[in-house]
Write a protein that binds this ligand. Structure first.
Ligand SMILES: Cc1cc2nc3c(=O)[nH]c(=O)nc-3n(C[C@H](O)[C@H](O)[C@H](O)COP(=O)(O)OP(=O)(O)OC[C@H]3O[C@@H](n4cnc5c(N)ncnc54)[C@H](O)[C@@H]3O)c2cc1C
Length: 400
């Protein structure tokens, strides 16, 4: 029996572990090491500040599901990988492995500019989303200008756009929209670039949304500093702000950066081939955000990155499981699919409206890419959430 350790068990890691056990059965002992025993459906965090979701609605115990499916779970923080000796050091002891899967997601780089951590809100964690809810309650009593956006080097602009349109809708629902000057700031070269060089019609659609909802915007700007009452841009402009929410850049987690034997790239991501196998360590694999992805576009004046969304995270988890099994069976031909050639499937919430984005490939050149707006309600986003939570609660990792 071979031992496979999966570090991180959310989108990519949970899929990789369940798929390896499902396909490899008793030939594998699969152990997931994660700091948290909870699975968290991160995309719905954008609704938490507005009270549309509670954290308990979008999270559940994953250790129980994994154990039911024959996967062991250890709640611990992984501290270092000693790839030369096939050893993982955690806060709860050391473990040896035959295969190691790194699926640790991102670390948020709050120190990208002074004041980002102290004076801007961040909705990407349960704690951050709840703090934002509290701040909005206070804001309601004393409204003022709002700045929403993404900083230089950020890649997850989509979530910030979603929050922007949700807050615009919320302001109208609270009857305070007229009292608020709403600003969108982004390092993107144009609206709707999304770090994937856009989708046909996307820029026009976003421009019309900005006009329709009276949202002022600045493209190709970096954040120089966030102050308690405003945001200083790289252009020198100071936008007054009584409430600021920013999406900072993502980098690799400390475990990867600190593990010299993993030879992470400067951003802390794991260098892998199109088979998601480490480029020089044959029994180390990576899936999800932990994977190094080359920038698929030429940046403009301000650097920004590419998003690593849920669908490819799930998909790379599946590829890793399949390839580990192939390697152990002595099959030389591994499954290969570069990150950019994975189909794009994303639903952007636009504040009880939505835009469905479908493409045959995430990155250009694509054969097709369409954006379908739905201005009636965000049905598809809700349906997707329900489906994903149902699938994960049952451990149905083989489903898309
Ligand atoms: C606000 C927001 C909204 C988003 N909306 C969407 C959306 O609408 N659609 C979409 O497709 N994508 C969306 N995304 C992106 C999506 O959440 C990610 O693609 C996905 O979570 C990546 O999965 P992952 O498994 O790689 O990382 P994660 O989901 O971040 O999981 C990483 C896991 O590793 C664990 N971990 C990390 N370090 C260690 C360690 N040292 N030891 C032990 N455990 C560790 C963590 O506890 C965590 O469980 C959004 C992201 C954000 C922040």
């Amino acid at each position: 029996m071979k031992t496979a350790i999966v570090i991180g068990g959310n989108f990519a890691g949970m899929t990789a572990a369940l798929e390896l056990k499902r396909k490899g059965k008793d030939r594998y002992r699969v152990l997931v090491v994660d700091k948290s025993p909870l699975f968290l459906f991160i995309p719905s965090l954008i609704w938490v500040p507005f009270g549309r979701r509670e954290i308990k609605d979008i999270s559940f115990r994953k250790d129980e599901i994994l154990r039911k499916k024959g996967v062991e779970f250890l709640q611990a923080e992984a501290l270092e990988v000693d790839a030369d000796n096939n050893k993982l050091i955690t806060t709860k002891g050391e473990f040896t492995y035959d295969h190691l899967v790194i699926a640790t997601g991102p670390k948020v780089q709050f120190d990208v500019a002074p004041g980002v951590e102290e004076h801007a809100y961040y909705i990407g964690t349960p704690n951050g989303a709840m703090k934002t809810r509290k701040a909005l309650e206070d804001f309601k009593q004393n409204p003022g200008p709002i700045v929403i956006g993404a900083t230089q080097n950020a890649g997850c602009m989509g979530a910030a756009y979603e929050f922007l349109f949700n807050i615009e809708k919320w302001l109208r629902e609270q009857n305070i929209r007229k009292k608020v000057d709403l600003y969108w700031i982004t390092p993107e070269t144009y609206l709707g670039h999304f770090g994937i060089d856009g989708i046909t019609g996307g820029e026009t659609m976003l421009k019309s949304f900005m006009k329709m909802f009276n949202i002022h915007y600045r493209t190709e700007v970096a954040v120089k500093e966030v102050k308690p009452d405003g945001v200083v841009l790289s252009t020198g402009e100071v936008l007054p702000s009584a409430f600021t929410m920013l999406m900072p850049p993502f980098i690799g987690v400390d475990l990867v950066t600190n593990s010299k034997s993993i030879k992470a790239n400067p951003s802390g991501y794991v260098p892998v081939g199109e088979d998601y196998r480490h480029v020089s360590i044959p029994n180390v694999w990576a899936a999800g955000i932990a994977v190094e992805v080359k920038l698929p576009f030429t940046p403009g004046k301000v650097p920004f990155s590419t998003p690593k969304t849920g669908y490819p995270s799930d998909e790379t988890g599946k590829i890793v499981a399949e390839n580990i099994i192939r390697v152990d069976k002595g099959i030389e031909k591994l499954k290969k699919k570069s990150w950019g050639s994975i189909p794009g499937l994303c639903i952007m919430d636009a504040g009880k409206k939505e835009v469905i984005i479908i493409s045959d490939k995430l990155f250009k050149p694509r054969n097709f890419a369409i954006m379908i707006p739905n201005v009636i309600f965000d049905f598809s986003k809700i349906l997707f959430e329900k489906y994903f939570l149902w699938k994960t609660r049952h451990g149905y990792s083989r489903l898309p």
